[in-house]
Design a protein around this ligand. Structure first.
Ligand SMILES: NC(=O)c1ccc[n+]([C@@H]2O[C@H](COP(=O)([O-])OP(=O)(O)OC[C@H]3O[C@@H](n4cnc5c(N)ncnc54)[C@H](O)[C@@H]3O)[C@@H](O)[C@H]2O)c1
Length: 318
C-alpha cells in the first residue's frame, strides 16, 4: 500500500474521559503538536473538553484543539486510545478485559480504515491485553502498536525512590517491567542512582534492611492505582505526563529508553504476547528492545507475569 503523508504535528485522542482529557491537557502544554483532534462516543464530552483545554492556549503555544470524527484522524501521526470503561474500586485491570476488548473491536477498525500509517498508542486497560488486541485488529506492524505499559509504574517507582533516598527522581534509573498490573516486577537488580547500585545509596542514607524496604516500595508502586482510585475515583495526571513523554520520544525521534508494552518475539523466552520491557522509542515507534539484564528471580517473575497475561489473551478470543 502507498504510504500516505502524515502530519507529524498532529495527534488524535480517542476517548476523552479523565485520562484522555488530562493527556490532551499535558500535550497542549508541551507544545509538541499543532493540532489535536478529540474523539469520543459522547460527542458533547469531546466538544466540552476541546473548548475547555483550548482556553489555556493563550498561555501555551498556538494549536488547534477540536472535537471530530474518525475521518479527522486520517493524517494524524499518533493516535492515542484511552477509550474504555475505567477500573471501579476493587476491580482489577484484568476484570476490565471483556468490556474493553469489545470496545476495541469497534474502535480499532475505524482508525485503520482511515489511517494505516500512524503509530497507535494504547492506554486503556488492561493495557497489555488491549495493545495485543490493537495489533491483531489493526494489522499494523508490531513497531507501530505501542502500549503505555509500565511507563507510569516506572515513574511512580522513580518518584518514590527519589523521595525515599532524598535525590532528584530524574537521577533514579529504575524500571517496573512485565504487566501493567498486579504481576508487575520491580527490576531491583539493575536499579541505580547515576550508575551507583541502589542498595549502596540506601546504605548511604541509613536504610540497611533491603528486604523490608524493597518489598514496601514495590508494593506501594503496585498498589498506587488502587489507592488513588479508592481516594479520588480515577488516576489521570501521572498517565497524562507519561503519554506526553512517549509522544515526545516518538515525534522528536529521541530513541529514548521507555518501558512500553510491545509484542515479544522470543526475547526472555516470551512469544506472542505484549508486555513492557525497556525499549528504544523513536519516530518508527518501538525500534528494538534493550538487552536488559535480569537476575534469576526477576526472569522467573517475568515469565509468570507473561503466563498470566497469555491466559487472559486466550480467554479474550482475539
Ligand atoms: N495505562 C495506564 O497507565 C492507565 C492509567 C489510568 C487509566 N487507564 C485506563 O484508561 C481508560 C480510561 O480511563 P478514564 O478514567 O479516562 O475513564 P472515563 O470513563 O473517564 O473515560 C472513558 C471515555 O471513553 C469513552 N468511550 C467509551 N466507549 C467508547 C467508544 N466506543 N468510542 C469512543 N469513546 C468511547 C467514554 O465516553 C469516556 O469519555 C481506562 O481503561 C483506564 O483503566 C490506564
Amino acid at each position: 500500500m502507498e504510504q500516505k503523508k502524515l502530519n507529524s504535528r498532529k495527534c488524535a485522542m480517542v476517548g476523552c474521559g479523565f485520562v484522555g482529557s488530562a493527556s490532551v491537557y499535558a500535550l497542549m502544554q508541551s507544545g509538541l503538536f499543532s493540532e489535536i483532534v478529540l474523539i469520543d462516543a459522547n460527542r458533547q464530552k469531546a466538544e466540552g473538553e476541546a473548548l475547555d483545554i483550548s482556553h489555556g492556549l493563550p498561555f501555551a503555544k498556538p494549536m488547534s484543539i477540536y472535537a471530530g470524527d474518525y475521518a479527522d484522524l486520517a493524517d494524524a501521526a499518533i493516535v492515542i486510545v484511552t477509550a474504555g470503561a475505567a477500573q471501579k474500586p476493587g476491580e482489577t485491570r484484568l476484570d476490565l478485559v471483556k468490556k474493553n476488548v469489545g470496545i476495541f473491536k469497534s474502535i480499532i477498525p475505524q482508525i485503520a480504515a482511515v489511517n494505516q500509517d500512524c503509530i497507535l498508542l494504547i492506554v486503556a486497560n488492561p493495557v497489555d491485553v488491549l495493545t495485543y488486541a490493537a495489533l491483531k485488529l489493526s494489522g499494523f506492524p508490531k513497531e507501530r502498536v505501542i502500549g503505555s505499559g509500565t511507563v507510569l509504574d516506572s515513574a511512580r517507582f522513580q518518584q518514590m525512590l527519589g523521595e525515599h533516598l532524598d535525590v532528584d527522581s530524574r537521577s533514579v534509573n529504575a524500571f517496573i517491567i512485565g504487566e501493567h498490573g498486579d504481576s508487575e516486577i520491580a527490576a531491583w537488580s539493575s536499579a541505580n542512582i547515576a550508575g551507583v547500585p541502589i542498595h549502596r545509596v540506601c546504605e548511604m542514607r541509613g536504610f540497611t534492611d533491603h528486604d523490608y524496604e524493597t518489598h514496601r516500595i514495590a508494593e506501594a508502586v503496585k498498589n498506587s492505582a488502587y489507592e488513588i482510585i479508592e481516594k479520588k475515583g480515577a488516576t489521570y495526571y501521572g498517565i497524562g505526563m507519561s503519554v506526553t513523554r512517549i509522544c515526545e520520544a516518538i515525534i522528536r525521534n529521541e530513541l529514548s529508553i521507555l518501558p512500553v508494552s510491545t509484542l515479544m518475539c522470543g526475547q526472555f523466552g516470551l512469544e506472542d504476547i505484549c508486555l513492557s520491557m525497556p525499549a528504544f522509542v523513536g519516530s518508527h515507534g518501538v525500534d528494538t528492545l534493550l538487552p536488559f539484564e535480569l537476575d534469576v528471580s526477576e526472569l522467573l517473575a517475568l515469565q509468570k507475569s507473561a503466563a498470566t497475561l497469555k491466559k487472559v489473551i486466550e480467554e479474550a478470543e482475539l
